[in-house]
Design a protein around this ligand. Sequence first.
Ligand code: IPM
Ligand code: MN
Length: 351
Amino acid sequence: MHHIAVIPGDGTGPEVIAEARKVLAAASASLGFSYDLTEFDVGGDRYLRTGETLPDAALEELRGFDAILLGAIGHPDVAPGILEKGILLKARFELDQYINLRPVKLYPNVDTPLKDKGPNEIDFVVVRENTEGMYTGMGGVQYAGTEHEVSTQIHCTTYRGAARAVRYAFQLARRRNQRRQLHLVAKTNVLTNVGGTWWRAFNEIGGAEFPDVTREYAHVDAAAMWFVKNPEWFDVIVTENLFGDIITDIGAIISGGLGISAGGNINPDGVSMFEPIGGSAPKYQGQGVINPLAAINALHMLLEHLGEPEASARVEGAMTAALESGRIESMSAGRMGMSTAEVGDLVASLV
Ligand code: IPM
Ligand code: MN
């Protein structure tokens, strides 16, 4: 029995989660695994009602689950940073979900803005470090509101933090396919301090433990360019938190956009959280036009993580078949030619 926590969250989050639940029910009915779902009321509405973001009691409860499925967090009436830091980043940090795993995979019949590139050229994974870098909140503001205002936002990398991300990425590169290739993406020519730590972790661990995996390096600015020009060069990438944040948006757009892209916040020894990476899209809320495929894709990752590879493959297969049917006209909200629920029904029927 898998115990799954569900945070539908804000905006269109509940709508896409409803479709992921349909697909989960279909997979369980046809494969016979069992699960239960526990919903958590967390998000902007609760914050506006009670002032609470992710209370410690909820966090403690979340630790007891096998996985978390998250819809979206973000509310137009809440100032930027409150929900992001209070909920999403708090969960990532406190649950020590130190890997943000972001596949960049172009499925059949999905449009990419890249000319002459198809599913064979766009299929790689970004392993984004998820608990350090510029995200720790270190730094501060002095003399605020004056001419002398000084603000610092400190990038913090620890050897341990880099090493555990690098080790995870090497393991992934080893098992993913025969290419066995790992790129480190950093900025070792300018950010020589933190770049040096990443470089050392990458080469020490790679040399000692993963001699069978080819080590490659790209500066982050060049990597951004090559994602567009030569995405086929990449197989697995490991990078620090903010670089990973930025390049995975490029990854999302070259593989069909936020309507289909998903990611996992992973603690290999704890509880992991899977999410569509598109956000709460409040302008589409309640219209039944948001694409649920990203949430279904997140479910596919969650099932694999739970040790249900067959169910995970079925969900991905159903997504692929739905796309191959040609009935979903676009990945963009409002332009699918189908409603949110119809896309969910279609995928569920193909599981
Ligand atoms: C993401 C998002 C978050 C991040 C925000 C919402 C805090 O952009 O998951 O990529 O910066 O990590
Ligand atoms: Mn982001």
